[in-house]
Design a protein around this ligand. Sequence first.
Ligand code: ADE
Length: 226
Amino acid sequence: MQTIGIIGAMEKEIALIRANLKNLQEEVVAGGTYLSGQLGKQQVVLTCSGIGKVNAAISAQILCGRYRVDALLNTGIAGNLADDLGLGDVVVAEQVLYHDFDPSIFAQCHPYTPVLKADGALVEQICRCLDEIGGVRYKRGVVATGDQFVSDSAVKADIIARTGADCAEMEGAAVGHTAVKNGVPFGVIRLLSDTADDEAESIYEDFADRAAELSAELLVRVIQEM
Ligand code: ADE
């Protein structure tokens, strides 16, 4: 049987997923809790990584190395960078990248992975599930990851100009990077909670809890469709 690893950064991004797991087993590894269980027809291992790239990479490596997951999914909320998307819409990553990593001086002498491709079959499967669910406005796009809550219009414009990304968050590329290093297919699905600009903090305060709940609800439905 295939096992899917699921990573959310914050408790509110995974609570509803955990509530839907059957035959739950719990293990603590490196200070993180790993919840194994059944979701729909799928065997999953769910964890709350904590915020940021290092936390996400640690969780992703534990899921790949210890739990030997067959695929990794990163879920949660993100700031909108796209003109054609709004709050509550969803980005399904075709690519993830770091917006805060500048490797230019090392480019000739050190291998690095600037853009990471999500697994094509997984992206198709997620989008098919979203189509089946219906009523979800989503875009296949680029997810930009950095150790920064983007809440400044100039910073937002700069990230868009450099990356062309559709949303900004803090874990997706680290999960993707770790997955690629382990030869594990990965996907990232993010629901837009704020505008990532000068207004972002107040919008986030109003909408983040609901957006996180909606993103978890959506992930449960996607996995139940699989
Ligand atoms: N997660 C949700 N909103 C975000 C933002 N604006 N920047 C980074 N991560 C986020």
